[in-house]
Design a protein around this ligand. Structure first.
Ligand SMILES: [Zn+2]
Length: 928
């Protein structure tokens, strides 16, 4: 830095140096040294500064300054030596001070835990803060926030942050205060509003997150950062002040010291627990044992120190899945389910017993624990979630798509109508069991009287079984949702291996997993380890990396569903995310497009979570090209150019655009035909998308039943059909007309909110297609659908009004004349398998998958194996026949080699099946 002859005389320089080693600071010293800086950023000068009584500087600044002193020729040798000595003295003092106040800074590429709420800022703390702001991540965040907030006001925020940063870099080490201006106050309020808006959307009945979790965390982090600079800004509704609120439960991970376990509950806590999340307020529920969330291990060091703690406690490590759901605590009195609650702030949650009873009993939660030896007070804890296949089913039936399973689960649990919660197909997996004595617990009734809260001590509850592995086993024996995978690990390496395998297999698991949880296997040791302010010490979560990448939005196409809903689909420049190449992503609806502000040509971030279709989460950079094309909702159907109707959902405020031309819209007919011919429906071999197009374009198929009236001549008149392929298709259509079950046929009709299980239930109820038509023709038959098990009232009505449509009635009549159902329900074994000829090489053989399957999903291949009479296993043993190796294979590949198990590449594997070319292509293309 150039500091000489900038109008800077010897006197002033000396003054600075004096100030530098601890004498009073002249007011102009700041200006003196930051002149080049002020030139660089003119607006910085507008921030007024008031030096504190005594300047303080950091150790690094001193060290650097000492070496800098040479560059001031005005200072004589003697002074220089004195300066150096003084500097060292200060450095020693600082060092000492640092030792006394150990820092709780987490570190995850600069973003991490921040100490919060301590009134004294140490130099090291300050430095860490400034370093955070200075880090590339910090700067990026600052810029992003600026982008989110509009106008020049936001620049102020950026400048505040940058001033701190530059001050550090520029070695102007005064602890001057940046004055709080009204503008900064406004920025703060805007940030707070944004966060609260996100919360209200996230926790609404039909949750629609505004931004991704990562972005949300960034906002929270910045709010907290601002609050640290300007504590006078803090508002009671700030998430930093409300540890309990769902949103703030996440922010609590960012470091809130105020929540100490043995502190009484304050009014603020109770406020937090009752923040109205839906229109319905749930009563408060006081947890009988603290329910804290786990600390995340971001670095390997965190794991190492956890493993050391376990070893010190003489415990091995238990590893289990970290289910991406909503934590619940279930309370049993004398074996009967008495209450169910959310985590809330760890001490007070919301009493959602009715919703849990309606939605989860029989789906991982038991109403009664059938064990005469069970203690009289039991707490079972676990995670409520929506399994990927259930989520797809629920979503397929909804016009306003739920964006991800976890939010959908949260929305369902807190829905004001238990019956609606039921329709969302929640499941539960249990992982903790505590017990105590009902008589002694002194708090049997769940009090919602907030004045009582905080006075009662927590009753002492203990883990019911001595080890975590036994707990998981015994909970499953009691009938609770079973943890699909867990392992007792002797050491950290084994635990990490478990984590690797889980990460590799996560897509084939029956539930969404976002990491693994490591616990002291010894329950007593875990109890003894206690907890920090935020999290238990005897357990740690290891989260998998988020799967997102930036790519170019090349185009947007309009897709018309079989029910006429028009959705924009993003066509992406292909990008590899977490082992899969993505080239399409959903944009949900036009509200979403508007909210994202996305246009063709922009750089966008795509995220892939679980088995959910990839989605665009935000615009990373707007295209500056003239070609940039903004998107508008279509004014007519892109397929039939027919009338469209925009509808706005009262509840969520989001709108859908629907083609009104149900009978003639080719896209809708196409969608219905493909669904009808799908494997789970009528399973018509050889009827792929292209063939469907040809049949519809040529006018041969208008309603589904036309399929059964096709003749050889019809097919031969189409391009690309030879006698043989035409005959094959006709054969499989003929076979479908007599060899399928009523369940298949009903599923094929594509009734709203009816998936495979719904179709089965409906088939078992109506028993014949004639009866289905009867229901369709009579207005008062809706009630008969309500009695069907698993049919919520809403489902029944949706199905009935769909059946009541003239188009559906005509469709059913026509099908009645052409299809004879073989049975009521689909008995898998009874159905002759047309699509895969059971080959001797597959039947009776066992298969294990490792690595990412490039061209299709593992599930499709697994189905293929099962259909051909083979079995799919998860672990490689000597008895395994084949290991199918995808890209980036994991440990199983090496194990296969060690055990001399035959390995197959994807292509080789497909050759085991005698597939037609079209089938092979369909398997590769998959069906979304
Ligand atoms: Zn249309």
């Amino acid at each position: 830095m150039n500091t000489t002859n900038d109008g800077t005389g010897e006197k002033e320089t000396k003054q600075f140096c004096a100030a530098f080693v601890g004498s009073p600071v002249p007011r102009n010293a700041y200006r003196l040294f930051s002149k080049p800086l002020l030139h660089a950023i003119p607006s910085l000068s507008s921030i007024s500064t008031t030096p504190r009584s005594r300047p303080r500087i950091s150790i690094q600044a001193i060290t650097r300054k000492v070496s800098d002193i040479r560059s001031y020729p005005e200072i004589d040798k003697q002074t220089r030596r004195k300066l150096r000595l003084d500097a060292k003295k200060i450095a020693r003092k600082e060092e000492k001070a640092k030792k006394i106040t150990p820092q709780g800074f987490g570190d995850r590429t600069g973003v991490g835990l921040h100490p919060f709420g301590s009134s004294k800022r140490t130099e090291a703390e300050r430095e860490a803060r400034i370093n955070y702001v200075a880090s590339p991540v910090g700067r990026e965040i600052a810029q992003r926030i600026t982008g989110m907030l509009s106008g020049g006001k936001a620049d102020m925020l950026l400048h505040v942050l940058r001033a701190r940063f530059l001050e550090r870099v520029d070695k102007v080490a005064y602890d001057e205060e940046v004055k709080l201006t009204p503008d900064i106050g406004k920025v703060y309020m805007k940030l707070l509003d944004e966060i609260m808006l996100c919360d209200s959307l996230y926790y609404s009945d039909n949750p629609k997150p505004r931004i991704s979790d990562e972005q949300y965390d960034e906002l929270i982090m910045h709010l907290i950062e601002l609050e640290r600079f300007f504590p006078e800004l803090i508002r009671p509704e700030s998430p930093s002040q409300n540890v309990g609120h769902g949103a703030a439960a996440r922010s609590s991970k960012l470091g809130l010291d105020s929540e100490i376990a043995d502190k009484p509950i304050t009014a603020r806590d109770s406020f937090a627990a009752t923040v109205p999340i839906t229109e319905k307020r749930f009563p408060q529920y006081r947890h009988k044992a603290l329910m804290l969330s786990l600390d995340n291990a971001y670095k390997h060091d965190d794991l190492v120190s956890f493993a050391r703690r376990a070893a010190d406690a003489n415990s091995d490590i238990s590893a289990e899945l970290k289910v991406d759901g909503i934590a619940l605590s279930l309370e049993y009195h004398n074996g009967k389910l008495a209450a169910a609650a959310t985590r809330g702030n760890g001490r007070i949650g919301e009493d959602i017993t009715d919703n849990v009873r309606a939605a989860l009993v029989g789906r991982g939660v038991v109403d009664a624990i059938e064990d005469p030896l069970a203690p009289d007070l039991i707490l079972v804890r676990g995670e409520a979630y929506i399994a990927p296949h259930d989520f797809e089913e629920v979503n397929a039936a909804l016009k306003n798509k739920l964006s991800n399973p976890r939010n959908a689960a949260a929305g369902a649990l807190k829905h004001k109508l238990p019956s609606e919660a039921k329709s969302r197909k929640l499941s539960f997996v249990a992982y903790e069991c505590l017990n105590g004595n009902l008589m002694k617990s002194d708090d049997v009734e769940t009090s919602s009287n907030s004045t009582m809260i905080g006075k009662k001590p927590f009753p002492t509850l203990r883990n019911t079984w001595p080890t975590q592995s036994e707990t998981l086993k015994r909970l499953a024996e009691w009938g609770f949702g079973k943890m699909p995978r867990f392992e007792r690990c002797g050491d950290l390496t084994t635990a990490e291996l478990f984590a690797n395998v889980v990460e590799e297999d996560r897509r084939s698991l029956p539930l969404e997993v976002d990491g693994v949880v490591l616990k002291f296997n010894d329950s007593r040791a875990r109890e003894a380890a206690g907890h920090t302010a935020r999290a238990p010490r005897g357990a740690v979560a290891l989260k998998f990396a988020a799967q997102s990448k930036v790519t170019v939005l090349e185009d947007v196409v309009m897709q018309v569903s079989r029910n006429g809903v028009i959705t924009p689909v993003a066509i992406l420049k292909p990008v590899r995310v977490g082992g899969a190449v993505l080239s399409r992503a959903t944009l949900h609806n036009f509200d979403e497009v508007q909210r994202l502000g996305v246009a063709v040509g922009d750089d966008v971030r795509v995220e892939r979570g679980g088995d959910v279709i990839p989605k665009i989460v935000k615009v990373e950079r707007r295209s500056s090209s003239m070609e940039r094309r903004e998107l508008q909702p279509p004014l007519e159907c892109p397929s039939c150019f027919g009338e469209v109707l925009s509808e706005t959902d009262d509840l969520t405020g989001s709108s859908t655009v629907e083609c009104q031309n149900a009978e003639k819209c080719l896209a809708q007919v196409h969608g219905r035909l493909i669904h009808f011919a799908a494997k789970d429906a009528m399973d018509i071999r050889g009827l792929g998308k292209k063939t469907a197009d040809k049949l519809i374009d040529s006018g041969h198929i208008v309603v589904l039943a036309d399929l059964f009236r096709l003749t050889l001549g019809d097919l031969l008149s189409l391009e690309g059909f030879a006698e043989k392929s035409a005959q094959t298709l006709l054969d499989s259509i003929r076979e479908a007309s007599t060899q399928r079950s009523l369940e298949n046929l009903i599923f094929g009709l594509g009734l709203p909110t009816v998936g495979r299980t719904g179709a089965r239930a409906l088939a078992q109820n109506v028993m014949s297609i004639e009866r289905l038509l009867e229901i369709a023709l009579h207005e008062d038959e809706a009630d008969s659908l309500i009695t069907i098990p698993n049919f919520a009232e809403k489902t029944a009505h949706a199905v009935h009004s769909f059946l009541r449509r003239e188009r559906t009635q005509a469709e059913i009549k026509a099908l009645m004349e052409n299809v004879r159902c073989k049975s009521i329900v689909d008995e898998e074994d009874a159905i002759p398998d047309m699509s895969v000829s059971a080959s001797g090489e597959v039947a009776g053989k066992s298969f294990v998958f490792t690595g990412k399957i490039a061209r299709t999903s593992r599930n499709r291949l697994k189905k293929l194996i099962t259909k051909a009479g083979g079995v799919v296993r998860t672990d490689v043993t000597r008895k395994t026949d084949y290991v199918v190796v995808g890209l980036e294979p994991g440990q199983k590949y090496f194990k296969a080699q060690r055990l001399n198990v035959k390995t197959l590449q994807e292509e080789e594997f497909l050759q085991l099946f005698k597939l037609s070319e079209e089938e092979a292509r369909e398997i590769r293309e998959g069906a979304i």
